[in-house]
Design a protein around this ligand. Structure first.
Ligand code: ADE
Ligand code: ZN
Length: 348
């Protein structure tokens, strides 16, 4: 990874770390740090296939998405009680707030837990309680997006949606994640239609490792408002033109793409090209405990590798609010704050 020493001016470093921002692509199970995995394993008497925190960390040498998911699901096996979900989520909120995150739309994967006999109520109550505490104690507002695991069937997704019906007031929307290639978005057309009928927002991972065709299908078959990752759109001019024209945001996760070998080096990442082509592109952490950094690490490494500046920092932060499901007046509030910051710095 790029060494950050001297790569960014102190002014740019300060702007990135201190500016208000929204995080829109974070899997809460991907925020489970190895130390917490071991603490929860001990608390819950769960046997882990790793000897120590160090041995677990050493296993974080991924070659592609699947090699990561295998370890990610093993890590999540320590989550059994409401308190476990609370502790995991609150730890993320503390780190995010320290990074200037004022608003987060957070993914969770209930099937990872319900398949092990943990109830939907346990999962949602723990997460929601942590979200409320974060709002009160850290001033960070959070909303929850329930993801369907795309390597499982649409029937399983329907069962999950039905199990979540009593908790709909706590859900902002639904998403689609897990192993992408071989599981195109259209596999889930019917369950996404039901979710939309229930008034839920819909988003989907597409074009992380999968082809641009999966992004078209997420747009046309699932009617998503936002694409998670979407970096493979860089290979399809017509698709980029549509994403730009319709301002359909991409929630990009640069360190994730690096760790999962989508790009061999961050200086090859297309995020700046996508921004310059007029797309609404955001910077996010995806699974920060596994990929070497939280949201500010993603900003800092991307900026150092691609030689980006203050104007880009403000642009990405503005995109993060534009791409969110906040109300228009909330968005305007944060746009003004960022405009004030920019004019103080002479950045725009
Ligand atoms: N689940 C957690 N992280 C993911 C990613 N990067 N892609 C797909 N599914 C995921
Ligand atoms: Zn993701």
């Amino acid at each position: 990874m790029t060494t950050l020493h001297n790569a960014l001016s102190p002014q740019l470093h300060r702007l990135i770390t201190q500016m208000p921002k929204a995080e829109l692509h974070i899997h809460i199970e991907g925020s489970l740090e190895p130390e917490l995995i071991f603490a929860l394993a001990q608390r819950n008497q769960v046997q882990l296939p790793f000897e120590s925190v160090d041995a677990l960390r050493k296993a974080y040498a991924f070659t592609d998405l699947q090699s990561f998911l295998d370890i990610y699901y093993a890590g999540a096996s320590v989550l059994l009680k409401e308190e476990d979900f609370y502790d995991m989520a609150y730890a993320y909120f503390e780190r995010a707030a320290a990074d200037g995150v004022v608003y987060a739309e957070v993914f969770f994967d209930p099937q990872t837990h319900t398949e092990r006999g943990v109830s939907m109520q346990t999962v949602i109550h723990g997460l929601v309680r942590a979200g409320k505490a974060a709002h009160q104690q850290l001033g960070l507002e959070c909303k929850w997006i329930m993801c369907f695991l795309r390597h499982l069937s649409q029937d399983s997704a329907f069962e999950t949606l039905e199990a979540a019906q009593p908790y709909l007031e706590h859900l902002l929307g639904v998403g689609l994640d897990s192993s992408e290639v071989g599981h195109p978005p259209e596999k889930f057309s019917d369950v996404f239609q039901r979710a939309r009928q229930w008034g839920l927002k819909v988003v989907a991972h597409a074009g992380e490792e999968g082809p641009p065709a999966y992004i078209w299908s997420a747009l046309d078959q699932l009617q998503v408002a936002r694409i998670d990752h979407g970096v493979q759109s860089i290979h399809d001019e017509q698709l980029m033109a549509r994403l730009a024209k319709e301002r359909i945001p991409l929630t990009v996760c640069p360190l994730s793409n690096l760790k999962l070998c989508v790009y061999d080096d961050l200086n090859l990442h297309p995020i700046k090209r996508l921004l310059d082509l007029g797309l609404c592109v955001t910077i996010n952490s995806d699974d920060p405990a596994y990929f070497g950094g939280y949201i500010n690490d993603n900003y800092l490494h991307t900026f150092a590798s691609l030689g980006l500046d203050e104007r880009d920092a403000i642009a990405f932060a503005k995109c993060s609010f534009e791409a969110s499901f906040m109300t228009p007046s909330q968005k305007d509030h944060w746009f003004s704050k960022l405009d004030e910051l920019a004019s103080k710095l002479g950045a725009v």
